[in-house]
Design a binder for this molecule. Structure first.
Ligand code: ADP
Ligand code: ZN
Ligand code: ZN
Length: 742
């Protein structure tokens, strides 16, 4: 870095403002380096904040600017291409750059920790000599005594771990060291094995012709940008294609980034990837402790990890020598961040691959309408895996008409009989129901009163805890003990509809011998517990599995021959134009759990609307037909992918404030929109679920046939709103390419 004596840097600070700030400095730090800067008015030049340098002009004077307080890094933390992506993303999503950059940093660096090799850390231990004599002398130094007690076990303890347990430990530690009571040393932690370390055992199957063709296409790229849609039914061997393409990329010295949906990142998948790609796989997901996250981030940035396997936010992992990006289940909605910086990880992965000039593979059994459209337009190259592997066939899908076969506690007779047959044959059944609790509706048999949440426009769900009823709101989390007596007329309350708890109870009564496992967030709160349950299913210790979407994805249970979809109707007549697509995707995913090995699978879908086109196409495994139907509807309604959307949202505790605010936003937009003819501004309306957790919500939809004008209008429009004093009255945000319209 040239050491200019004076310069000006543009710094992005993590504040909700869509602009950067100029500071003066002695020696301009590189773009992508962290600095500490005085920010805002406040006493003595403002409050100290951490920011990231986004550009610098080493030649300028800038005498009247405030100086930066401290430069924390010498180099670009992200690397040039990733920084470019982040700057692009801030513009595209119209989100403050400072917040975007913070999102991309591990917590440790966000808090200002020095960029240091996490594999060499400071360790502390109590010295044996001190134990008897000196400890009493600490009587008047409680912090030192506490710290000393903490270390007394004798082994080495990481200093980072002490920080949480003993606040203010630094001083105490220094004193103890002066007294000769502790030893502090820089020691290696447990480094990752180097990339390409010997795969441990699991051998790759010999790929079939379609798989080979897909791998050749992906790997035959010589590194340049190309995007592929790998379209293959569930169990057709997509993962094997990713792994083989990844192996080739790594052999050529490249790093691979593999994104998977949140609930698909199971230890089973991690083990499979590690076994195949060697030990140098960094795993990144939001549940990871901050320190492990930092280590994974570090090893990817240093090039020590040959592959990064992670969820949504892993798209921001710096890579020393990126070679390939993979997005599994590209249609999955968990790739869209639903608050704050509302990015879509699949779309950013494509953009990143183009900036890095490397190939990207999007895999799915049910590609999103957007990806399908882009493939049709020639933006992605389509690779197909038509058949399931080996003897496995797609399951037979039958619809059970609930108007003909009444359900008891959620289960119709045909489904009950099908479960019974599986039990006789020693096979497993999965019952899929995306609804926790005992009953979703609590209603008075006399006057019709329904239990509803006071803070949300939503009904309360009845849960049973040790034979006691509890009413819960699944939107704000409120829970209260309840009696099944009407608050209005005193009559008995009815529990209507079935949740997973109710199915569980009913099936235990019907099949007292069966081993039943229920997987929902009430029963399996931790990932560890979920893993134990999933393992019990794999090893055949379970006969019937009742589960929510926790079990819908990815899991490869070879003994499951029946999948029962208990209630498919929630998504059939939704006001959300994406609802049929989500429903179809979800049903294909759960159906895909049946018959993955040689034993044929059967899927029974219970519905009150067996004639509905979505269910009819599902019944025939006809994704193409479904997709064509869906696309025709979207085209007619001018919905994505035939238009582009942006959604303003606002919320307030004041019942009228949010929608009033958005009416003003709409009016301001209409004054500008004349210059951007393809953009249509709808009316500000209250959200379909207006009240949630005590806040009243409203939204304003903006549509455009072309992206360019939409974004140019939003630039001007947001700037006008942001600077308007009334903008403080409601909490507002903007969502580009919104996936959920509630
Ligand atoms: P998908 O990702 O499309 O659901 P997978 O890659 O997980 O499919 O493959 C399904 C199963 O078939 C896995 O157990 C996998 O190991 C196995 N498999 C995949 N390809 C082959 C192949 N060419 N020969 C034998 N088994 C294969
Ligand atoms: Zn009543
Ligand atoms: Zn609520």
């Amino acid at each position: 870095m040239p050491g200019e004596p004076r310069g000006v840097v543009q710094v992005a600070v993590a504040v909700p403002l869509r602009r950067v700030f100029d500071y003066r400095c002695e020696k301009a730090p590189a773009a992508g380096a962290r600095v500490r800067v005085p920010f805002g008015r406040g006493g003595r030049g403002g409050r100290a904040m951490l920011g990231v340098v986004v550009s610098n002009n080493p030649a300028q004077g800038g005498h009247r600017l405030k100086p930066i307080s401290e430069a924390l890094d010498d180099a670009n933390l992200f690397g040039a291409r990733l920084l470019e992506l982040l700057v692009w993303a801030a513009r595209y999503y119209h989100h403050p750059l400072g917040e975007v950059l913070q999102t991309a940093l591990p917590a440790a660096l966000r808090k200002g920790q020095a960029l240091a090799d996490p594999d060499r850390q400071w360790w502390v231990r109590a010295l044996p000599g001190g134990q008897s004599g000196a400890a009493p002398a600490l009587g008047r130094a409680p912090a030192q005594r506490r710290l000393y007690e903490e270390l007394r076990g004798g082994g080495w303890v990481r200093q980072a771990a002490l920080r949480e347990r003993c606040p203010g430990h630094r001083d105490a530690l220094r004193r103890l060291q002066e007294k000769g009571l502790v030893e502090i040393a820089l020691r290696p932690a447990h480094p990752l094995p180097p990339p390409g370390a010997a795969p441990n055992g699991e051998s790759a199957p010999t790929l079939n012709a379609q798989q080979r063709a897909a791998v050749e296409a992906i790997s035959g790229q010589d590194g340049g940008f190309a995007s592929f849609l790998l379209h293959g039914v569930t169990g057709s061997g997509k993962t094997e294609v990713y792994l083989e393409a990844a192996k080739r990329c790594i052999a050529g010295g490249g790093q691979v980034l593999i994104l998977v949906p949140e609930i698909a990142l199971t230890p089973q998948l991690v083990a499979r990837v590690q076994a195949r790609l060697g030990g140098g796989v960094s795993v990144l997901h939001s549940g990871l402790p901050a320190e492990q996250r930092y280590r994974a981030w570090w090893s990817a940035r240093e090039g020590r990890a040959a592959a990064v396997l992670g969820t949504r936010s892993a798209v921001f992992t710096p890579l020393k020598s990126p070679g390939l990006m993979i997005v599994d289940e590209e249609h999955d909605i968990s790739y869209k961040q639903q608050d704050g910086f509302r990015y879509h990880a699949r779309d950013l992965a494509i953009k990143r691959a183009s900036l890095e000039n490397i190939p990207v593979v999007l895999g799915s059994a049910t590609p999103s309408m957007e990806t399908r459209h882009n493939t049709g337009e020639g933006r992605h190259r389509r690779l197909v895996l038509e058949h399931r592997i080996g003897a496995a066939r797609l399951p037979r899908i039958a619809l059970v008409d609930l108007k003909k076969h009444r359900a008891t506690d959620g289960i119709s007779t045909p489904l009950l009989r099908a479960i019974g047959r599986r039990l006789e044959r020693g096979e497993q059944s999965i019952l899929f129901l995306n609804r926790r609790g005992f009953a979703p509706t609590v209603q008075c048999g006399q006057c019709g009163w329904q239990a509803a949440c006071r803070r949300c426009d939503a009904r309360l769900t009845c849960h049973r805890h040790r034979d006691e009823e509890q009413f819960q709101c699944h939107h704000c989390g409120r829970a209260e003990a309840a009696r099944l007596v009407c608050a209005d007329c005193g009559a008995r309350l009815l529990l209507i509809g079935a949740g997973t708890q109710r199915l569980d109870g009913y099936l235990r009564k019907k099949f007292p011998e069966a081993r039943i496992s229920r997987l929902d967030r009430d029963r399996v709160a931790s990932q560890a517990k979920l893993e134990r349950e999933l393992n019990a299913i794999r090893t055949g210790e379970t006969d019937i599995i009742i589960g929510t979407q926790l079990i819908a994805k990815g899991h490869d249970f070879s003994r499951v021959t029946l999948v029962g979809v208990v209630n498919s109707d929630q998504g059939l007549y939704s006001i959300d134009f994406r609802a049929p697509e989500y429903l179809f995707q979800q049903l294909v995913q759960v159906s895909g759990r049946a018959g993955r090995a040689a034993a044929p699978g059967e899927v029974l879908v219970q519905t009150a609307h067996p004639g509905h086109p979505t269910l009819q196409t599902l019944h025939r495994h006809d994704f193409e037909r479904f997709a064509r139907h869906c696309m025709a509807e979207r085209r007619a309604a001018n919905c994505p992918p035939f238009s582009h959307l942006a959604l303003w949202r606002a919320e307030s505790t004041d019942p009228a404030a949010a929608v009033q605010f958005l009416r003003r936003v709409a009016a301001a937009g209409r004054r500008m929109a004349g210059r951007f003819p393809p953009v249509q501004i709808m009316d500000a309306v209250v959200s379909p679920m207006e009240k949630r957790a005590g806040r009243y919500r409203a939204q304003l939809l903006v549509k455009s046939a072309a992206r360019g004008p939409l974004h140019r209008l939003l630039d001007e429009w947001i700037a006008a709103i942001e600077n308007h004093p009334r903008s403080r009255r409601a909490r507002w945000s903007i969502d580009i390419d919104p996936m959920e319209m509630f």
